[in-house]
Design a protein around this ligand. Structure first.
Ligand SMILES: [Zn+2]
Length: 365
């Protein structure tokens, strides 16, 4: 009998250890959903379709995250022009136990003057216009056969259906709000007109068990924005804004969970900073080119003939930077000048030898 207890004990221990191991092994997972696709074009502008803009920004966002965080798992709901139901999109989030869920959409209204970005989290709409955005995005479920049974009688076009969002408990709301406000702040810094963080009953967010946001990149029904949304520069700016928000959120997340990168682990090599600039309160902007786990030669061809390349360490990564300026305007001009060689490079900021967010650096000006 005694040995049986021992064996059972050992088996239980093994199960505990392997479960702990599995949990430790699950990579931080980001699900990126390009709204619409296939026979569902989404909103349509004068010459372009929402589904294509969404897909392009979604793919850019995924590769930007992957480039800087190779250890993160990126899952796309679609990488090509195909139709997916809202439920299939939510299933992907849940099956992958996503740590964060980005839905990328483009807005439209009947008029042509509305413009700007909006980021939604799940909840009961406070204004009619928020409700209208959710209705329009949810109405794609009517393109599915049998949608009444699949969506449990939810009628995307009936105001009454949305009452379910009034009493709903969303345990991810705080985190979703945090990401949403970081995104809208970053849009503002990228000189987009931000219409702010909003709430409404989006089915895809409702069915996804993860901190989730639905980003409306701009209005395809507005001539200037349609043009902007169809340029490389426009897509890049919007993607980078969402990426910057993600980076800030991830930094907080790591601080809380105590794993992977924390600012404390970060070492800035003082020799890399100009001597006169090592001042505790001086804000210094740099351009981050990319991050790697290994140290490479500053004259290597990866740097495409840039001079004065530096690096700092964050966790296990060597983060390679270019340029050093004390104003955001100057560093942004420098970033633009190398954007053809390094389209995913972005501005970072330090105070003394502490890395801070660009947002924080700008506030200190
Ligand atoms: Zn949409």
């Amino acid at each position: 009998m005694k040995s049986l207890y021992k064996i059972t004990g050992a088996i239980i221990m093994l199960m505990i250890i392997s479960t702990a191991f599995l949990f430790a092994q699950k990579p931080f997972t980001v699900v990126i959903d390009a709204g619409h696709g296939g026979h569902d074009s989404g909103a349509v502008g004068k010459y372009s379709k929402e589904k294509n803009i969404n897909l392009s920004v979604a793919l850019r966002l995924g590769s930007m995250i992957k480039e800087n965080y190779p250890e993160i798992k990126i899952v796309y709901t679609r990488t090509t022009d195909v139709f997916l139901t809202l439920q299939e999109r939510a299933d992907i989030v849940n099956d992958n136990k996503a740590d964060i869920f980005f839905c990328i959409h483009t807005n439209a209204t009947g008029g042509s003057s509305a413009h700007g970005t909006e980021t939604y989290v799940l909840g009961l709409h406070k204004t009619k216009s928020n409700l209208e955005v959710a209705m329009s995005e949810n109405s794609v479920m009517m393109l599915e056969d049998d949608y009444e049974t699949r969506y449990q009688g939810f009628d995307p076009n009936s105001v009454d259906s949305y009452i379910i969002f009034e009493f709903m408990q969303d345990k991810y709301l705080d985190q979703s709000l945090r990401i949403a406000s970081l995104i809208e702040n970053q849009f503002r810094h990228a000189n987009r007109y931000s219409r702010g963080v909003r709430q409404a009953g989006f089915w895809v967010l409702h069915k996804s068990a993860a901190p989730s946001v639905l980003v409306e990149l701009g209005f395809i029904s507005n001539a200037d924005e349609e043009k902007f949304l169809n340029t490389d520069e426009g897509k890049h700016q919007l993607t980078k804004a969402i990426y910057n928000a993600f980076e800030a959120y991830k930094r907080d997340f790591d601080k809380k969970t105590g794993i992977s990168v924390t600012p404390k682990e970060m070492t800035v090599y003082k020799a890399d900073l100009k001597k006169d600039s090592v001042d505790e309160n001086q804000v210094i902007y740099k351009i981050q080119l990319f991050a790697l786990e290994n140290k490479i030669n500053p004259n290597g061809r990866e740097f495409k003939k840039l001079n004065d390349v530096n690096y700092y360490r964050e966790g296990k990564f060597y983060k390679y930077t270019y340029g050093e300026e004390t104003t955001f305007e100057k560093i942004e001009a420098l970033r633009k000048s190398i954007a053809d060689k390094f389209p995913y490079a972005y501005v970072i900021a330090f105070r003394g030898n502490q890395k801070i967010t660009v947002e924080e650096a700008l506030r200190r000006k």
